[in-house]
Design a protein around this ligand. Sequence first.
Ligand code: ADP
Length: 196
Amino acid sequence: MTRAGLTGGIGSGKSTVSALLVSYGAVLIDADRIAREVVEPGTPGLAAVVAEFGTGVLLPDGSLDRPGLGSIVFADPDRLAALNAIVHPLVRDLSSRQEAAAGPGSVVVHDVPLLAENALAPLYDAVVVVDAAPSTQLDRLVRLRGMTQEEARARMAAQATREQRLAIADFVIDNDGPLEALEPQVRKVWDELRSR
Ligand code: ADP
């Protein structure tokens, strides 16, 4: 099994890259998706979040108010650390179980938005970074994701810098150009991962 960590700043095109890798045969383990699953209603994860942040982070139906919680933690590094201390161990546990279910010859790609921020590079055989200029990220977030300039800038500012991500990369996928330029680069990385 080859275990790759895939990361990139918000709007870099990481999800686009992970979808391509899956189309080539990668087994995708999506940290964001797992992070949602571990705080679904009825989970010990959600109970721990409520114990830390109060019932104000719940919607009337008892599910987590993710935008509400997001506005708290993205404005305060200490609160973000408190949330991470709850969610990260649960995410690690569920990811290992999903990984164990993949076949021995598979290429497992862990999609981890905050891989650089949380110094997780040593966990993987190879780190793949999707790279785009901050101006490109901003443009995509505003034009394609409907964020305001301020929202987009705040989300980007809460993440590692482009340089910090590039420093941990074994493979860099340049996604500043058009989609046609992306596919052959992803194919090349896939070939390398598969031949490891
Ligand atoms: P991320 O997962 O890194 O936040 P996405 O893969 O969702 O980013 O990409 C953000 C947006 O930009 C999406 O709407 C996606 O379709 C678009 N996109 C990604 N790569 C390109 C590209 N090379 N050219 C134009 N649009 C792109």
